[in-house]
Write a protein that binds this ligand. Structure first.
Ligand code: SIN
Length: 541
């Protein structure tokens, strides 16, 4: 087991049991924001775990465009109103208000002052704010086109200053430890469902340890890898959502899956993100035969219409004319290679001759606006369990998310969860009544062919039946197929030796079912949830 910072917590690595005041699962912006706040405000012993070997590998790292704040010619009221408008009436005004009030202060205090990050500027004392879809003004701070990576590097660089944070990499949470489910004490049946940490697989030794904690924070990110085309890294497989659901947490709004209009579309490449900021700085979408189409779909916004509108417009053009992709013309973007160096380099690696050639793009699953229901402090419906960042549904994003707000949400609600836990008395852990993990007797190694095939089945099912356009027929079919698949995968899980890939597959099929069922139940078209069989979809693309 590789360790980051050794805390003074009473941790005994020789047994199967590790104990801390707070367990944080996930090391992206939301998890680290919670850890930093707790470490600053309390003497609590904090363990942060991640399944990655590099703890910075998370969806945060891949965020290109930037972090939204209140810009120069802007106001908090404008920012709030943009979020609410894009959220299609389904954003929770209370959490939106919190985001816009606390977010810019935290960006200033933690990211700029404490972590020392320099966002791009136009002069020594003036930031360069960029613009993305559906913002009424330019308000997005960025570091070239690698803002998430820069923010995460900066936040992680603060961790060694806090000896009470211990970072453990290469471990995968199997399930939350919740009472009464895992309790050896029959009287715990009379208590509300309570979380006491997680069973965690050490991917080197294949042992499952009990990570016990008075409070547990899920910061595991989203599930866009459930889709055939996605901008997300391999960890976005719904681990936290599925674990919380199995434990009985309330989960909401998962049908609101945001598709990014522009992911790179060259057959032998990954669909890496082409940030919306490219269109914010003058990029234009064209069909492969050179026709500009966005004014037909959104005359008021053109290329910077909300993401769902642009993504569906692209899909419609592709379907109507049988195009394999559309083109992003960047000829009007000034100094492309300086402003978007990572995209420039990646595209050229795949033979796209920027800046003269256009970039082939297709929509791809990008972000889940829903997730585990949380209150204003990141608390879930399970006692001692918090959720922050993309795995959670704080309500900020409603039925569609405004660009640049996901990093801000992770920062703000991670911080609030940390504050809430720090302000409460430390919680006792009933160690003696928590049993060790029981392995399947005679487990055989998981067959990689089955793992691969089942993953592909989930991804194609989600892409075609629970994708950009949905109807009852497709959703019914998805649910039937996923139910069948889940039965086989759970049988497989119960018999095979545990490994990270098998855990991911089990979580993926569960998360896919959660999304498909919630899409089936919501018969209205709203935000990114577009039902072709709903009468309120008639005039939309
Ligand atoms: C982008 O840069 O286009 C993505 C940023 C976001 O999803 O907020």
């Amino acid at each position: 087991m590789q360790q980051g910072h050794q805390s003074s917590a009473s941790i005994d690595c020789k047994t199967d049991l590790l104990e801390a005041d707070v367990l944080i699962i996930g090391s992206g912006i939301a998890g680290i924001s919670a850890a930093l706040r707790l470490a600053r405000d309390s003497q609590r012993h904090i363990i942060v775990i991640t399944r990655e070997t590099d703890p910075k590998m998370s969806s945060t790292y891949y965020a290109q465009g930037g972090i939204a704040t209140v810009g120069d010619h802007d106001s908090s009221e404008n920012f709030v109103s943009d979020i609410l408008r894009v959220g299609a009436g389904a954003s929770w005004p209370l959490t939106v208000e919190i985001l816009v009030t606390e977010g810019p202060q935290l960006v200033e205090k933690i990211i700029i002052d404490e972590a020392g990050l320099r966002f791009d500027r136009i002069s020594a004392d003036q930031y360069h704010y960029t613009r993305e879809g559906a913002h009424s003004t330019a308000r997005i701070l960025h570091v070239g086109d690698q803002t998430g990576a820069a923010i995460l590097e900066a936040l992680h660089s603060l961790l060694p200053s806090y000896p009470n944070i211990r970072l453990i990499t290469g471990v995968t949470a199997v399930d939350l430890i919740t009472f009464p489910h895992h309790s050896l004490d029959p009287l715990s049946a009379y208590e509300p469902i309570t979380c006491h940490g997680a069973y965690v697989l050490d991917t080197q030794s294949n042992a499952v340890h009990r990570y016990l904690a008075g409070a547990t924070i899920l910061a595991t990110g989203g599930f866009s890898r459930l889709y055939r085309y996605t901008t997300n890294p391999s960890g976005a497989r719904g681990d936290g959502l599925a674990m919380a659901y199995r434990a009985g947490a309330h989960v909401i709004n998962t049908e609101y899956v945001q598709f990014h209009p522009t992911s790179f579309a060259v057959p032998e490449s990954e669909n890496f993100l082409i940030t919306e900021a490219v269109r914010g700085e003058g990029g234009r979408l064209l069909t492969p035969d050179g026709h500009y189409f966005m004014n037909e779909y959104a005359p008021q916004w053109g290329d910077l219409a909300p993401r769902d509108v642009v993504a569906r417009a692209i899909q419609r053009e592709m379907t109507l004319h049988d195009f394999p992709y559309v083109l992003l013309d960047i000829s009007q973007v000034e100094n492309f290679s300086d402003r978007f160096p990572a995209i420039y380099t990646r595209c050229r690696e795949y033979g796209i001759d920027l800046p003269t050639a256009p970039i082939p793009v297709v929509p791809a699953a990008h972000y889940c606006c829903g997730g585990i229901w949380t209150d204003l402090w990141g608390k879930t419906t399970i006692r001692n369990l918090y959720a922050v960042g993309e795995v959670a549904c704080s309500g900020v994003h409603g039925a569609n998310r405004l660009a640049g707000t996901s990093l801000l949400e992770g920062l703000v609600f991670g911080d609030r969860a940390g504050r809430h836990i720090a302000a409460e008395p430390a919680r006792l852990i009933p160690v003696k009544t928590i049993p060790p993990w029981e392995f399947a007797p005679n487990g055989t190694p998981a067959d990689p062919a089955l793992l691969h095939r089942d993953w592909r089945s989930i991804q194609y099912t989600m892409w075609y039946y629970v994708g950009l356009s949905r109807d009852a027929h497709r959703l019914n079919r998805a649910i039937q197929d996923l139910l069948h698949l889940r039965k086989n995968i759970v049988d497989f899980y119960q018999q095979a030796k545990l490994n990270d890939a098998l855990l991911g597959l089990r979580n993926a099929v569960q998360s896919a079912l959660i999304v498909a069922e919630s899409a089936w139940h919501n018969r209205r078209s709203i935000g990114v949830h577009f039902r072709t069989d709903s009468k309120d979809s008639a005039e939309k693309p």
